[in-house]
Ligand binder design. Structure first.
Ligand code: GLU
Length: 384
């Protein structure tokens, strides 16, 4: 017996979910490079620096010791203890290690959303949030940020309704680079307490804050901790994207629920990769701080070049610029068409703003070598 339309056998859920619009660039750019196209990628958000030597060495040593077996599904005890030690009042039972904070976020929505539950998400926002909420049966509710990319606190307040389950805050922000100041986060915390909401803080870029601005985490607000689920990643901070190690910090019952799901999904995160993460936490900050200073210099360089072509808000964190390219769109052209035109004509890959819920913009990753940044902006300028 043959199935005549295997497509129809796919669940509605998977048929309606869109693939990651950022991650799709990884195979796309690999294919272009294999074809010999001189591509400059300012698309995917990834540090350019090597994974630090102590992390590589610790991972190799773990392999030599044959740390290649199943491990605790919540994560290595040593890793959870080291992470918990960085957050006042937090114990290993509050930490769950995931295959990157992407999986942590996916798991959070699975654990908190019932069908029809709403999650408020400021937009523009990272491409996976809305799809992850939908995959959990929830409904994303988008609230536009203001022209300076800061939170529209009135808009968020007005969006809270009977079905609101959570508010998601991503600071430093992907794709805008905005860093939300303490008073804005305090307002979010108060709103959550008042309406009994969960707060999800995606802090994947917490280390990447420039201009000596304070790095303020929602975790510092004690009043919100009992309802806060925070995610961070080793990917960006320690240049470990391929290791796939991130984590969530959550109240004990939420952490336990996430481990229950993990027990049916992946079990533990790669054991020897977690040993690398333990070594990352033990590192002296010096190298990473120097890398951040270098990124700030690149931010300045990229911002100068980009703002000479397009209106652009200066990002205070993460490693993205999010310029307004609407003045350069051809008649009827979307930011997706624009990014495709730039890729076709210049070989420079950038991500359309519409993928983050804001047309007329593009996301440009400035974590790239100086010569590539300069070459990319020269090529784009020529096309414009
Ligand atoms: N988070 C990075 C980005 O936005 C990596 C790709 C992804 O996982 O979305 O480019």
């Amino acid at each position: 017996m043959t199935i005549n339309n295997i497509q129809s056998k796919l669940s509605t859920r998977i048929q309606t979910v869109e693939g990651s619009k950022t991650a799709r660039f990884i195979p796309l750019l690999d294919a272009l490079k294999r074809q010999g196209r001189p591509v400059i990628s300012l698309a995917i958000g990834e540090p350019i620096d090597d994974t630090p030597a102590p992390v590589i060495d610790a991972t190799k040593r773990a392999l030599d010791r044959r740390e290649t077996r199943y491990g605790d599904m919540a994560g290595l005890t040593a890793l959870r203890a080291a992470l918990a030690g960085r957050f006042e009042g937090c114990g290993p039972e509050n930490i769950v290690v995931f295959n990157g904070s992407k999986q942590a976020l996916y798991t959070i929505f699975q654990c908190i959303c019932d069908p029809g539950d709403q999650v408020i998400i400021p937009v523009p926002c990272w491409v996976s949030f809305a799809e992850q909420v939908k995959l959990a049966g929830g409904d994303p509710v988008f609230v536009r940020t203001k022209a300076d990319h800061q939170l529209d606190l009135e808009g968020i307040t007005a969006a809270v309704g009977a079905k609101t389950k959570a508010i998601l805050i991503n600071s430093p922000n992907n794709p805008t680079g905005a860093v939300y100041p303490r008073p804005a986060l305090e307002r979010i915390a108060r709103l959550a307490v008042e309406h009994d909401l969960v707060v999800i803080a995606d802090e994947a870029y917490d280390f990447f804050v420039y201009d000596n601005l304070p790095r303020f985490s929602l975790y510092e607000l004690e009043a919100v901790r009992e309802r806060l689920i925070l995610t961070r990643s080793f990917s960006k901070h320690y240049a470990m994207t391929g290791f796939r190690v991130g984590y969530a910090l959550a109240p004990t019952v939420v952490a336990a629920a996430m481990v229950r799901l993990q027990s049916h999904l992946t079990g533990n995160v790669c054991t020897f990769a977690q040993h690398g993460a333990v070594a990352a936490l033990a590192m002296d900050d010096g190298l990473l701080v120097r890398r951040r200073e270098d990124l700030q210099r690149r931010r300045n360089l990229a911002f100068d070049k980009v703002s000479a072509m397009f209106p652009c808000i200066r990002p205070q964190g993460a490693f993205y610029l999010f310029p307004d390219v609407s003045g350069h769109l051809h008649r009827g052209e979307t930011s997706g068409d624009f990014a495709a035109r730039i890729l076709e004509k210049t070989g420079v890959a950038i991500v359309p703003g519409e993928d983050f819920g804001k047309d007329g913009h593009v996301r440009i990753c400035f974590a790239a070598p100086d010569d590539q940044l300069l070459d990319a902006f020269r090529r784009i300028r020529e096309v414009l």
